[in-house]
Ligand binder design. Structure first.
Ligand SMILES: [Zn+2]
Length: 253
């Protein structure tokens, strides 16, 4: 763990194979708010997958973005969330321990690619040594209460709309988290009966299968593109996920 020397953030690199220069992808870099923290994280992402820990009490949860490197909005939103939470933390008002992985695969983000070495990381988290498998193992070791995996979906792809994927079996909490986010933000709830069918190897599914409640949140965006409005939708989904666990207060009023 490296201290960010500010606001009690801690950063750990959880895969050393995935490093990349985020700044080389201008489509994302031009939309990143450069701050002390975000610059530090971008520098660390050159080494591998960075995981930032904020807070040190209450429920533990994990948020992941960039499992698909060319889905840009959630990755920008994750950095914005780190910035906001780190400021809140100064006042001691974050009641929880939040692990945020803003760039699951920095190299894929640098390349503006869905894949890492030809592998779809959201279909391979059940396979040993993939980056998403390492994320899953880390979540298990940390005993997080839930994983939120944040993506974007292009028009005419699946789901091709803003939504929250969830399942009821074997982990019904996945459904309840999705229901909360859906009602709060207005994203459509997309329920599949059982984890692992039909999305074998999805981070959400494999987490649910080992009893870590998980959801996949999608915002609507062209691939390899983002703007402030799309980032805001992803950001609201992330905040609703935190609210479900009482880590931050309802911010609607
Ligand atoms: Zn995706």
């Amino acid at each position: 763990m490296y201290d960010l020397n500010k606001n009690n953030l801690e950063l750990e690199i959880i895969s050393n194979e995935s490093g990349g220069f985020i700044a080389a992808n201008r489509n994302i870099f031009n939309n990143i708010n450069l701050s002390y923290n975000s610059k530090f994280i971008l520098n660390q992402a050159i080494k591998g997958t960075p995981m930032i820990k904020i807070g040190d009490n209450g429920p533990k949860i994990m948020l992941v973005a960039g499992v698909h490197g060319n889905e840009l909005a959630p990755q920008i939103s994750a950095l914005n969330l780190i910035e906001e939470l780190s400021n809140l933390d100064l006042n001691g008002s974050v009641n929880g321990t939040v692990y945020i992985i803003p760039f699951a695969s920095p190299r894929s983000t640098m390349d503006n690619s869905r894949y890492f070495d030809g592998i779809d990381l959201n279909r391979s988290s059940h396979l040993p040594h993939t980056i998403t498998n390492m994320i899953l193992k880390k979540a298990k070791k940390l005993e997080v209460s839930a994983i939120g995996d944040f993506h974007s979906s292009a028009p005419n792809s699946n789901p091709g709309k803003e939504g929250v994927f969830c399942t009821k079996v074997p982990c019904s909490k996945s459904y309840f988290i999705a229901d909360y986010i859906s009602k709060k933000v207005g994203s459509e709830k997309i329920l599949y009966p059982s984890a692992g069918i039909p999305f074998k190897g999805a981070l959400e599914d494999e987490a649910n299968l080992i009893q870590i409640p998980a959801v996949t949140c999608e915002v609507l965006s062209a691939i390899g593109y983002s703007n402030e409005k799309i980032c805001k939708r992803s950001y609201l989904q992330m905040k609703a996920f935190l609210e479900y666990f009482g880590i931050i207060n309802d911010s609607s009023e």
